[in-house]
Ligand binder design. Structure first.
Ligand code: SF4
Length: 370
């Protein structure tokens, strides 16, 4: 397996990105009103025509070096016809320990077929598929504005569940966007997800971004804390399975600590830990724009204007200024992807992290084959 420990040096030196979020497409078959990546149909059509081609992506990937993890996001990433080929390019050139594919889950056959191909062709990376689930039954359909969205997601879950036994590098999870629209139903959602066969993890993401309907953003942070505590207790009591991969218990501990820190950030409305965006994390849009994170929307440059070299973009004066502002703590957010890195690569948080690790007790799943 591609070991995450190859990146231990980044605890001391934040010299290059080891986490990439790549928005492979902005196309989506749903129009969830709380999606921060929602765009008008005209922009969507324009964006599709400007999407980076596989050859361009190969050049971008070659500029990055070895990566710890890569998230292939969207839009709906599985709508991109060449998603499996894109995954393979990054697998071969960047040897990521983890490849994450979040999906709305509403295209069962397509998702199963592409996931199986990715699993087969990327055996040395942990491949995680996260299905979105924001309510049960009609409550989910109403939030996702998609008829039968819930039943399709459940079908996808059961199709992907069949791959678990065949591919030891596969981890199947559920993610719920926590918003004002479902904050009162979190107990029900958590218990439902816990009962799903083959699902290894359930995470929640605090709603974020510049939304057309701001009512979703008025989520109650006390209810977030309550949901986070319930998830943590389920894990500590062994009522929820941990991630399957080697080090899964440590990842589970990081999830618990992360939700505590996100709650603190939301309550105090300020940055509570340093952020390595633009140094350890980098974001690439489907049209080649480079950003330090998903929240700051000013592009640092486009790879098409920089020889498809992400590191060259990150060496620009603009990127230097952006990273300086981030270091000075001029922004704050609750974005989970950045918190993962901000915890795992901050030695000052290790006492708290290992405290959570010890409280988890047993329950780690068997390690993957070496
Ligand atoms: S704190 Fe949030 S908004 Fe600021 S750089 Fe980090 S991820 Fe981006």
């Amino acid at each position: 397996m591609h070991s995450p420990f190859r990146h231990a040096g980044s605890i001391f030196r934040k010299g290059r990105p080891i986490h990439l979020t790549f928005f492979v497409t902005r196309k989506c078959n749903l129009t969830c009103p709380f999606c921060f990546y929602l765009r008008s149909k005209e922009e969507e059509a324009r964006g599709a025509s400007e999407e980076l081609s596989l050859d361009e992506i190969r050049r971008v990937s070659a500029s990055l070096g070895r990566m710890l993890w890569i998230a292939f996001s969207g839009g709906e990433p599985f709508l991109r016809d060449d998603l499996a080929e894109i995954g393979r390019v990054f697998y071969e050139q960047n040897k990521p320990a983890v490849m994450l594919f979040p999906t709305n889950g509403s295209l069962p056959e397509l998702i199963e077929e592409k996931t199986e191909r990715i699993l087969r062709e990327c055996p040395n990376s942990v491949v995680v598929v996260k299905l979105s689930l924001d309510g049960i039954g009609e409550a989910h359909d109403a939030l996702r504005l998609g008829r039968d969205s819930f039943s399709k997601t459940m079908e996808t879950c059961s199709r992907l569940g069949r791959l678990i036994a065949r591919y030891p590098n596969f981890d199947l999870g559920i993610n719920t966007v926590f918003s004002a629209a479902n904050e009162d139903r979190m107990d029900e959602i958590i218990e439902f997800a816990r009962g799903l066969e083959h699902v290894k993890t359930h995470t929640i993401s605090m709603v974020r971004g510049d939304l057309a309907d701001e009512s979703f953003l008025r989520a109650d942070v006390r209810k977030y804390e309550r949901a986070a505590s319930r998830l943590a207790e389920n894990m500590r009591q062994g009522r929820s399975p941990h991630y399957r991969f080697r080090g899964g218990r440590l990842k589970a501990a990081q999830d618990i600590l992360q939700r505590r820190l996100i709650h603190r950030t939301a309550v105090e409305k300020r940055r509570v830990v340093p952020c390595w965006a633009g140094r350890l994390n980098v974001v690439l849009s489907e049209t080649g724009e480079v950003f330090p994170c998903e929240i700051l929307t000013e592009s640092l440059g486009n790879v098409r204007d920089n020889g498809y070299d992400v590191r060259r973009v990150l060496r620009s004066e603009m990127a230097g200024n952006a990273v300086r502002a981030i270091r000075e703590g001029r922004c704050h957010c609750t974005h989970e992807c950045n918190f993962i890195m901000n915890i795992l690569f901050n030695a000052r948080l290790y006492p708290a992290l290992f405290g959570e690790y010890l409280r988890l007790g047993g329950g780690e799943r068997p390690a993957l084959r070496p």
